[in-house]
Write a protein that binds this ligand. Structure first.
Ligand SMILES: C[S@@+](CC[C@H](N)C(=O)[O-])C[C@H]1O[C@@H](n2cnc3c(N)ncnc32)[C@H](O)[C@@H]1O
Length: 293
């Protein structure tokens, strides 16, 4: 059963339609340091995959990429490792189509299915139940489980029980010692700080759509008249859907539980069985959570 109605899905994942082709640029324009964040997420996966001695490492590595979108995490993983297979789950066909298009452009000699198993389905549905995902791995794999789970920026619009389910599923599919690396939009316990972070985001989007960072300039110019349409879509999302203090989506970032505090990501991850939780990156709403099984 899906955890999100079609109406809500369209509203929240508003970029995953005919504009999926612009998603990468829109993400870079609207979210500060997105490249650095994705690079850091993959650095953390790499660190955890290779901290054992060379002879203890099993190969290839099997990584589950939840909410793979247009491939931000998957391409970095494929570029970093020769011996990896990525299982990518995303329920939006236009995003998956863009992921495949980019793959074919980058690796014209390679067969997509030999590097990536794409699961076009809801991560909270039957097709991505832990047993189903594990059954996709080779039968003789010991233990039959993923080495890492990586997920980026998809969870913040879901209610708490779905977030909990994410941590439960991620934990259930990992091998002992495997890691979860989650990039997410995380709010603050302080309403004032949340408000500041939200306004920072708003100003950032407005600035980037008038004076984009130098390295994005040529891509931005190529948008032509679509730039203004995209700006309006993102501002509308930011101001009306991505709200900083609604009771359904805001997350506390500390496991303290004040009056208006929702369970923190750290507490939900611990509850699911992860140990040694850490937040190695944080910039306003953007954060990376690290958890070891
Ligand atoms: C903001 S995009 C992020 C994509 C990519 N991780 C990145 O950082 O560029 C969120 C993605 O999550 C996907 N998504 C959201 N909820 C999902 C779910 N329940 N199951 C599968 N995919 C989901 C959306 O389709 C969208 O492609």
């Amino acid at each position: 059963m899906s955890r999100i109605s079609d109406h809500e899905k369209k509203k929240v994942f508003f970029y995953a339609d005919e504009d999926a082709k612009y998603y990468d640029l829109a993400e870079e324009l609207t979210q500060p340091c997105m490249d650095l964040i994705h690079d850091t997420m993959v650095d953390l996966v790499e660190y955890s995959l290779t901290w054992k001695s060379e002879q203890d490492l099993r190969r290839p590595f099997y990584v589950l990429n939840v909410a793979s979108g247009t491939g931000a995490e998957a391409f970095r993983l494929l570029e970093r490792f020769d011996d990896i297979h990525v299982f990518a789950a995303d329920f939006n066909p236009p995003m998956n189509k863009e992921f495949r298009r980019k793959f074919n452009e980058r690796y014209p000699e390679c067969d997509f299915a030999s590097c990536v198993t794409l699961i076009e389905d809801d991560f909270f549905g039957e097709a991505c139940a832990p047993d189903e995902l594990i059954s996709l791995l080779p039968e003789d794999l010991d233990p039959q489980a993923f080495d890492a789970v990586i997920a980026g920026f998809f969870l913040h619009h879901y209610p708490v029980e779905v977030k909990r389910e994410f941590y439960r599923r991620a934990h259930a599919v990992l091998r002992p010692g495997g890691v979860l690396v989650l990039g997410e939009a995380i709010s603050f316990e302080s309403q004032r700080l949340s408000e500041f972070a939200h306004n920072f985001g708003y100003r950032w989007i407005e600035k980037q759509f008038s004076e984009p960072d130098q390295h994005l300039r040529s891509k931005y110019d190529a948008l032509g008249s679509d730039a203004e349409r995209l700006r309006q879509k993102w501002i509308d999302h930011w101001q009306n859907t991505h709200i900083y203090a609604p009771d359904v989506t805001v997350m506390g970032d500390q496991p303290t539980g004040g009056r208006e505090t929702k369970p923190s990501h750290a507490s939900m991850a611990l509850e699911a069985g992860f140990q040694k939780i850490g937040f190695p990156f944080r910039l306003w709403e953007a954060a990376i959570l690290w958890g070891e099984k």
